[in-house]
Design a protein around this ligand. Structure first.
Ligand code: AMP
Length: 114
């Protein structure tokens, strides 16, 4: 089976502009940025989507939010604000089947759905 594109980034088989890395979490710039700052934050473990999170993953997912805040601070957008999006499944518009959190910032973001 073809390995997941984000697993390939985790394993350094594919290049990415890495912003943050630890044993469980990786953050890198989105290849097609939808805002001046568009960073993807992922668990290194291959979790297909939000709906596939298991009990054992919950600590990592919690840490991801802390890392998002640290990255926002480092990127200088803490005061102005930012948006975090997780697309889940077909109706949610998820294209890459490896859980990822979009961090978008650097401009007034588009129309809100909610
Ligand atoms: P989603 O539609 O929520 O699944 O988002 C997938 C995101 O992954 C999109 O914003 C893509 O631009 C981004 N993406 C796809 N391939 C790569 C890659 N090789 N490096 C960085 N970002 C990527």
């Amino acid at each position: 089976m073809e390995e997941c594109i984000f697993c390939k980034i985790v394993n350094k088989q594919l290049p990415a502009e890495i912003i943050y890395e630890d044993a469980e979490i990786l953050a890198f710039r989105d290849i097609q940025p939808a805002a001046p700052i568009h960073i993807l934050i992922i668990p290194k473990k291959h979790i297909k989507s939000l709906i596939e999170i298991e009990k054992e993953d919950e600590i990592t997912i919690g840490k991801i939010y802390g890392i998002i805040n640290s990255i926002a601070e480092e990127q200088g957008v803490k005061e102005k604000g930012y948006r975090v999006i997780v697309n889940c499944g077909r109706d949610g518009g998820q294209e890459v089947p490896h859980l990822h959190f979009h961090l978008l910032a650097g401009k007034t973001l588009g129309e809100k759905i909610v």
